[in-house]
Each structure stands twice: as structure tokens, then as C-alpha cells.
Design a binder for this molecule. Structure first.
Ligand SMILES: C[S@@+](CC[C@H](N)C(=O)[O-])C[C@H]1O[C@@H](n2cnc3c(N)ncnc32)[C@H](O)[C@@H]1O
Length: 368
């Protein structure tokens, strides 16, 4: 049975959003990984992820609430494929997931991010940013909340898909844009944010460089992402349909030029672009309520529901376009993988990473 160096018990669900993050870097944990090796920093963060032996105390029956945002999609045309809907603008460039049918899941995932970051929208130490950009904004939920919280900031969210709502704060705007095209904003930004963009770009390095160029001196870039493959703290993920699904998905996405573990390059690419004081923080999202501790269980319940809704969305395009599978074969595989998501004997988790860095001030000498 897996066990880490520390056991964390939290006393009430109401403490969830107010407590400090459980997953902070510390001394090396004892867990071994089922799938691929991880960084020492990631292993360190594992020390609080322990199997709950008393599954009766699980909160697996709780429901997850999400918001459904209004949309004005009729002004744009969408592409139907295998019963899923994809953006037409720069069609196929975001090849691993569909968007239109993803809106509820993205808003659910926003709650998961808030829970992960202790109700914060960012980790970078920003102070009163005037101009803020959210790249690949999706439903725009992050940009809208940021604009609401920071009424003196002007927030722009951009995306390939026009799925953002029309009723938005006056200091928030949305633009249809491809982040991989050259950036042409009329003013520099003080803070640029990008979340859940792991498989979005052919060349994340050039996106990071564009962000560096478009920031004011002293401004921050922050990227927040999960990475496949999911791992487990013991061998319980090996040989499961969930493991097969993720490896087939990773390999099909790679054939389309999309990397599911781009997150592990963020620090290097940011430093190479010229960012300083680059900070990387690791978190984990358990695949179900298998782990001990109420807050960890809640993270697991959210990620379980995210996967439950997202298995087809995440993999259908990649597996049918580049994985040699039919729609029916994908549905059969995701059906089996879904059963594994609800199996608490599988002690798996999604590695999650937040990286931010600062563009040096004009009078700062960069030592590189
Ligand atoms: C998984 S969603 C994340 C949305 C949002 N950042 C969030 O966290 O809720 C990824 C988003 O990136 C967008 N995207 C992908 N490639 C893009 C590109 N080259 N330029 C702009 N947006 C892109 C997709 O359309 C999609 O809305």
C-alpha cells in the first residue's frame, strides 16, 4: 500500500478554500511512479498524497456545481466531426479537443483551478496591473473574474474560438486571434496569463517569446497547466484502460505536432526568452476520491468529473485523425477508461504545474 512521508488530515470541507495549498514543495516523498519518471520537485509535492484506507469517509457522493455561460455562437460557423464541434477559424490548429461542447467542462475546470490555487487566479506577485492578456481564454471565465476583481485593469482575452459570453465587465474584451501569429497589440501588457494550453500550440517557445516581447519591463508571464501522462503513487495505473487511453492519446497528439507534456519545458523556455525569477510550483489532481484528506478528495472529485465529461473531448480528434481509430473504437476505449476513473483502487493523479517569470526592469542587468 502506498504511503507518503506525511499524512494530512483536514477537519472540515469549509476549510477547503481558505487553507494553504496542500501541495507545496518540501522534502522528498516516498512514492514511486507507475508512468514515466518525474522531476524531484514533482516528487516533493507528492508527500501529502496518501491513500485513504477508510473509504467510507469519502465525499465521492457530493455533486460538482458548474455554471453554464450564455454564448453567441451563431455569428460563426463551426465544424462537425464525429458528433463533436470544432472551431472553423484556423480549422484543425487546435486538434486535440473540441471547444463548443467543452464549455461546461472548462468552467468546471475553472473551479478546480480555484481550489488548487486557494481561490486565487494567479500565483505571480502582480500589483495593480493596468493591461492584462489571457491567451487561449476559452469561455473567458478567468478573464471575466480577473476583470471583476481588478476594476482598474483592462483585460483582453483571445482565442481561436468565439465562445465567450457577451455580458461581460466593461474592462474586459475578447478577440478572435491565433496566439501563434505575430502579436500586434498597441500597448505592452503588465501581466500575461495562459491556462490549460498544453496541447494548443505547435511551438510554445515562440508563444513565450511573443509574450516576453509584449510585456512591459517588470511584467509577468504565468502559465498554468496539467500534463499527461497521469501517474500513480503505486503500480495501480499500469495496465488499466485509463493508462492505455492516455498513452494512445499522447502518441496521436504527438503525430499532430501537439505535446501533452509541454509544461515541463516552460521554465527552460521562459529563461531562454529572458525571463528572470522564474518560479515553478507543482500540484496534483487525484483521478477520484482515493486520496486521504477532505481537500484532496474534493480536488479528486472535481478532476474525476472533469475526466468523466472530457475523455472523448480530449481524445476523439487526435485518435480518429492520427491514431488510426474509428469513432466507435474511441468510444469503446473511453467507456472502459471512464470505469477506471471511478475505481478508487487506482491511485492515479494528474501532475499540474504553475510557472511564472518576470521580464527584467530596464535598469536590471540580466546575467545569463
Ligand atoms: C483547454 S482550453 C483552456 C481555456 C482557458 N484558458 C481556461 O483555462 O478555461 C484551450 C483554449 O485554447 C484555445 N487555443 C488553442 N490554440 C490557440 C491558438 N493558437 N490561439 C488562440 N487560442 C488557442 C482553444 O480554442 C481553447 O479555447
Amino acid at each position: 500500500m502506498a504511503s507518503g512521508a506525511l499524512s494530512v488530515e483536514e477537519s472540515s470541507a469549509s476549510a477547503v478554500l481558505n487553507s494553504r495549498p496542500l501541495f507545496t514543495n518540501g522534502t522528498l516523498g516516498q512514492a514511486s511512479l507507475a508512468t514515466t519518471s518525474s522531476s524531484a520537485a514533482e516528487d516533493s509535492a507528492l508527500q501529502t498524497l496518501n491513500v485513504d484506507e477508510d473509504q467510507d469517509s469519502a465525499i465521492g457522493g457530493m455533486s460538482v456545481v458548474t455554471t453554464t455561460m450564455s454564448l453567441n455562437a451563431s455569428v460563426y460557423d463551426f465544424l462537425e466531426e464525429n458528433g463533436r464541434t470544432y472551431h472553423r477559424y484556423k480549422q484543425g490548429s487546435w486538434a486535440t479537443t473540441s471547444v463548443y461542447t467543452e464549455m461546461d467542462r472548462l468552467d468546471l475546470q475553472h473551479q478546480l483551478w480555484l481550489l488548487t490555487l486557494n481561490d486565487e487566479l494567479h500565483l505571480a506577485p502582480i500589483k495593480n496591473p493596468q493591461h492584462v492578456l489571457d491567451i487561449g481564454t476559452g469561455t473567458g471565465i478567468w478573464a471575466i473574474e480577473f476583470a471583476t476583481k481588478h476594476s482598474s485593469s483592462q483585460v483582453i482575452g483571445n482565442d481561436l474560438s468565439p465562445i465567450q459570453p457577451t455580458y461581460i465587465p466593461s474592462n474586459c474584451t475578447f478577440e478572435l486571434d491565433d496566439v501563434e501569429d505575430p502579436w500586434s497589440y498597441s500597448h505592452p501588457f503588465d501581466y500575461i496569463h495562459g491556462r490549460a494550453l498544453a496541447t494548443s500550440f505547435q511551438d510554445i517557445r515562440s508563444v513565450i517569446t511573443s509574450a516576453f516581447t509584449s510585456l512591459s519591463p517588470g511584467g509577468y508571464l504565468e502559465l498554468q497547466d496539467g500534463a499527461l501522462p497521469m501517474r500513480s503513487i503505486d503500480s495501480s495505473l499500469s495496465g488499466t484502460s485509463l493508462d492505455l487511453w492516455q498513452h494512445l492519446t499522447i502518441s496521436a497528439a504527438a503525430k499532430l505536432g501537439k505535446s501533452w507534456d509541454a509544461v515541463h519545458t516552460y521554465v527552460q523556455f521562459m529563461e531562454e526568452a529572458g525571463f528572470v525569477d522564474v518560479v515553478e510550483t507543482h500540484f496534483q489532481w487525484p483521478t477520484s476520491t482515493w486520496a486521504k484528506g477532505e481537500r484532496v478528495k474534493l480536488l479528486g472529485r472535481y478532476w474525476q468529473e472533469d475526466l468523466n465529461r472530457g475523455l472523448e473531448a480530449i481524445s476523439m480528434a487526435a485518435l480518429t485523425r492520427a491514431g488510426g481509430m474509428s469513432k466507435e473504437e474511441v468510444l469503446e476505449l473511453t467507456g472502459r477508461a471512464r470505469r477506471d476513473v471511478f475505481d478508487k483502487n487506482i491511485h492515479a493523479y494528474m501532475p499540474v504545474v504553475v510557472v511564472y517569470g518576470r521580464k527584467p526592469a530596464l535598469n536590471e542587468v540580466s546575467i545569463r
